[in-house]
Ligand binder design. Structure first.
Ligand code: ADP
Ligand code: MG
Length: 680
C-alpha cells in the first residue's frame, strides 16, 4: 500500500463509497490519513449498569435478556427494544427503526453498547447506541476517535479504514527542515498521525495534535505571507491630493457621522503620503461606507488617477452606479460600469475608455479582474463586501495598477482580534456609529403560533404605505427539510395580502428578471418582496420597514443581522420578525441576542461564542482555506508562532526556491488551490 494509492484499493470501498469520500475531498490513502477526528470518546472501561448516570455517555456490556420487535409489513418503522443485563442491573436499549437490525441480536448473546444514558418511566435507557458483538475488532477499548460525519459512512467504517491504512504511516517522512523540528520540539509526522488516530493516552494524542496543528498553521501563514509579499508595499505609492475633500463633504446632503469622520482621518493619512494604503473599513450595514468610498474616488479623480470599486453581485454594482451617478452629477467625472452580463460591444467600449484614461471611476463585479481589463493609471482599488472575494482576487486587481492604494469595505463585523488574524496585512478602521435620525429597529422573536399575528401586523404597515421583505431559507419545497420555501411562502402571501403586490425573487432567476423585480421594489410598485438570501448584501430601499425572517433557526446570527440591516434605512420605525420553529436553548439564545442589540460587533462576538470560530472562518465567507485540525482562536498562540516562522522563511527565500522548502511549497499549493495563482 502506498500513500498515493486511491482509497478504492481498501477493503469495504467500492465505487459508490469512493464517490462519497471523493465528495469530501478524500481520494487517496494520504487524504484518509489526514482526515482527523473531530473529538474523542473515552471508552477505556465498561461501567456496571447499576452505576450509570443519566445524561452522560457510557460503555456497557452485557447479555441480551429479551428482545421485542413486532415486524409488520405495513408499518416499517417498528421499534426494536432489547433488555440487556450485566448482573448488576438491566437497561433497555431502543432502536426506532428496528427492521434492519432486529436480526443482529441473539437472545443470550454478549454485546457492548456505547451511548447516552437516559431515564424513561424510571427505567434506564439507551437510544440508538453504537453496538458491537463481543470480540468485534472495531470495539476499541480506549480513547476512541470520532470523525466528522460523512453521510452514508458510519463511524465504525471510518475506524476500520483507518486501521487498514495504518501500515502506510512509516512512509510518511519528515517534511520540515531539521532545525525547525528541533527548535519547536515537534513530534515526527508519523508519530503524530498514529497518536491522533490511535491515541494510547491523552498526552501522546496532544503531542501528535500539536504537530499537525503546527503544520497546518505554518502552511497557512507561509502561504499568506507569500501572497502579501507578492503585493509590493511601502515602495513609493500613489500620492493623492486630499485638500479638496471639504468641497465634496460640504456638498453632501448630510453631515458625516463621528465614525465616518474618524475613518476618513485614517484614510487621509494614508492617501496624502506616499505610503500605500492597505485599509479595511469595517462598518455595519447602513453605517455609510459607500459615501467614504465615493469621497476617496472623488479625490483620486481630482488628482488625475482612475479608481475602481468591485462589488460581489451585479445587483450591488448597479445600485452603486445609480448612487454614484447621483452623487457625482454636478462634477465632471466619468463613471463606467463593467459586468459580465453586458453585451460584448458595450464591454469593449468600456475597456477602451479605461485604457485611454477617459473613465475616472469604474464600478463592476468580478468582470473587472478579467485579463483584458487594463487601466491607464489606477490609483485606488476598493473591494466592497470583501468576505465574498477570495484572498487573491484582491491582489489580481491591485496588480492592474502600479502599486495603487487599496481599501476593503466589509459589513461583516468581525471582532478586532479575529480581523487582525484574517486581514493581517491591512490596517483597520471601524465605523461604529449610525447616521442620526435612524430609529432602532424593533425586533421580535415569534414562534409558529404567533405567526398569524405577525403577518396581521405586517398588513397594517403595508396599509400605511410601507414595504416589506420576507426571507425564506430555501427556494423550492423540500421533503427532507421542514422549512418554508420561498415559493411556498410566496403563494401563501399572495393569498394573505390580496390588496397588495407580492413578488418573488431568488438566485435561479435570470439577471434581467431579478433586475426588473428589484427596480419595481425600489420604485414602490411591489409591496412585499419574498426572497431567498439574494437580497442579503447592500440593497437600499428606505421605504421598506419590515423584515420577516422565516425559519430564523436556519440562519446564522451575522446573516440575520445583515438581513435586518435592509430595513431601518429611512425615518420611519422599522420592525424585524424572526419566525422560529425551534424551541431549543440555542435557538432561544440566538433570538434573545438579536432582539437585545443592533450592534453588529456585539452580535459577532456572540456568534463567535455560540458557533465557534470554525464556522465563522468558513472558506466560503472569507476566502481563507479550510482548516482541518486547527482552530484559529483556540490555537492563537501556535498561530503567532507560525506567523513569525513564516515571515522568517519568506524573508530569506521569497519564492521558496530552496529544496528544503519544496514540501512546504506543495502543501501551500494544495491548501490554497486556485487562490495561489502566483508563480509558485
Ligand atoms: P453601507 O455602510 O451599508 O454601505 P450605505 O453607504 O449604503 O451603507 O449608506 C446607507 C444610507 O445612509 C445611504 O442612503 C446613505 O446615503 C445614507 N448615509 C450615509 N451617511 C450618512 C450620514 N452621515 N447621515 C445621513 N445619512 C447617511
Ligand atoms: Mg455598502
Amino acid at each position: 500500500m502506498n500513500v498515493s494509492d486511491k482509497i478504492g484499493i481498501l477493503k469495504g470501498i467500492g465505487p459508490r463509497k469512493s464517490e462519497i469520500f471523493l465528495q469530501h475531498n478524500i481520494e487517496t490513502i494520504e487524504d484518509l490519513v489526514y482526515f482527523f477526528p473531530r473529538k474523542y470518546e473515552d471508552r477505556r472501561k465498561t461501567t456496571p449498569i447499576s452505576q450509570l448516570e443519566p445524561g452522560k455517555d457510557f460503555l456497557i456490556s452485557g447479555k441480551v435478556l429479551s428482545r421485542r420487535y413486532k415486524a409488520t409489513s405495513y408499518k416499517r418503522n417498528s421499534p426494536l427494544s432489547l433488555l440487556v443485563g450485566d448482573g448488576t442491573d438491566t437497561i433497555e436499549i431502543v432502536f426506532f427503526n428496528g427492521r434492519y437490525i432486529a436480526n443482529l441480536f441473539n437472545i443470550n448473546g454478549e454485546y457492548s453498547f456505547y451511548g447516552r444514558v437516559s431515564v424513561n418511566l424510571e427505567r434506564k435507557q439507551m437510544v440508538h447506541p453504537e453496538f458491537f458483538r463481543a470480540g468485534d475488532p472495531a470495539d476499541i477499548r480506549g480513547i476512541v476517535p470520532v470523525y466528522p460525519a460523512i453521510k452514508g459512512i458510519s463511524q465504525n467504517e471510518i475506524r476500520r479504514l483507518q486501521l487498514q491504512v495504518k501500515e502506510v504511516y512509516e512512509q510518511i517522512e519528515e517534511w520540515l527542515p531539521e532545525k525547525l523540528v528541533r527548535e519547536n520540539r515537534l513530534a515526527s509526522p508519523s508519530y503524530a498521525v498514529e497518536n491522533i488516530h490511535f491515541p494510547k493516552d491523552g498526552r501522546q494524542m496532544l503531542q501528535g495534535k500539536f504537530r499537525m496543528v503546527f503544520d497546518e498553521l505554518l502552511t497557512l501563514e507561509t502561504g499568506l505571507c507569500y501572497m502579501k509579499n507578492g503585493t509590493v508595499r511601502d515602495r513609493g505609492g500613489v500620492v493623492i491630493d486630499t485638500s479638496c475633500a471639504s468641497e465634496f463633504i460640504d456638498a453632501l446632503p448630510f453631515t458625516l457621522t463621528e465614525g465616518q469622520l474618524s475613518a476618513w482621518r485614517d484614510i487621509e493619512q494614508d492617501l496624502s503620503t506616499d505610503k500605500v494604503m492597505n485599509r479595511l473599513i469595517q462598518g455595519d450595514v447602513g453605517s455609510g461606507k459607500t459615501v467614504i468610498a465615493q469621497l476617496c474616488m472623488f479625490l483620486c479623480a481630482r488628482s488625475g488617477y482612475q479608481s475602481v470599486i468591485m462589488a460581489p453581485t451585479e445587483l450591488l454594482a448597479k445600485q452603486h452606479l445609480v448612487s454614484f451617478r447621483e452623487t457625482f452629477s454636478t462634477y465632471d467625472i466619468n463613471i463606467d460600469l463593467l459586468c459580465s452580463s453586458m453585451k460584448t460591444s458595450e464591454k469593449n467600449a468600456v475597456t477602451e475608455r479605461l485604457k485611454s484614461g477617459e473613465t475616472d471611476i469604474l464600478i463592476g463585479t468580478h468582470a473587472v479582474i478579467q485579463p483584458g481589463v487594463e487601466f491607464k493609471n489606477l490609483g485606488l482599488v476598493i473591494t466592497d463586501e470583501q468576505h465574498r472575494f477570495g484572498v487573491n482576487q484582491r491582489s489580481i486587481l491591485t496588480r492592474k495598477g502600479d502599486n495603487p492604494n487599496v481599501m476593503v469595505m466589509t459589513a461583516t463585523p468581525i471582532p478586532r482580534t479575529l480581523a487582525v488574524i484574517l486581514y493581517g496585512d491591512l490596517d483597520i478602521s471601524q465605523i461604529r456609529t449610525m447616521p442620526a435620525g435612524r430609529k432602532a429597529i424593533k425586533t421580535y422573536a415569534v414562534n409558529g403560533d404567533m405567526r398569524n399575528r405577525a403577518y396581521d401586523f405586517v398588513k397594517d404597515e403595508l396599509k400605511k404605505g410601507r414595504q416589506a421583505y420576507v426571507v425564506a431559507p430555501l427556494i423550492e419545497e423540500s421533503e427532507s427539510i421542514d422549512a418554508k420555501s420561498a415559493e411556498e411562502l410566496y403563494e401563501e402571501l399572495v393569498d394573505r395580502f390580496r390588496a397588495f403586490k407580492v413578488a418573488l425573487i431568488h438566485g435561479n432567476l435570470k439577471q434581467r428578471e431579478k433586475d426588473e423585480i428589484m427596480d419595481a421594489f425600489v420604485s414602490g410598485e411591489i409591496d412585499v418582496l419574498v426572497s431567498t438570501v439574494v437580497i442579503e448584501v447592500g440593497i437600499n430601499v428606505p421605504n421598506a420597514t419590515i423584515m420577516v425572517i422565516e425559519n430564523s433557526e436556519r440562519f446564522g446570527l451575522a446573516q440575520m443581522h445583515q438581513l435586518r440591516g435592509r430595513v431601518g434605512r429611512g425615518c420611519e420605525q422599522s420592525y424585524c420578525f424572526l419566525i422560529c420553529h425551534n424551541e431549543s436553548r440555542i435557538a432561544r439564545e440566538r433570538n434573545e441576542i438579536m432582539a437585545s442589540t443592533t450592534d453588529g460587533f456585539e452580535i459577532a462576538e456572540a456568534d463567535l461564542q455560540l458557533r465557534g470560530p470554525g464556522e465563522i472562518f468558513g472558506t466560503r465567507q472569507h476566502g481563507l482555506p479550510e482548516m482541518h485540525i486547527s482552530d484559529l482562536i483556540r490555537h492563537a498562540d501556535i498561530l503567532e508562532q507560525a506567523k513569525d516562522i513564516a515571515k522568517e522563511i519568506i524573508d530569506n527565500d521569497p519564492d521558496l526556491t530552496s529544496p528544503a522548502y519544496a514540501p512546504l511549497k506543495s502543501r501551500i499549493k494544495k491548501m490554497f488551490g486556485e487562490n495561489i495563482k502566483l508563480e509558485l
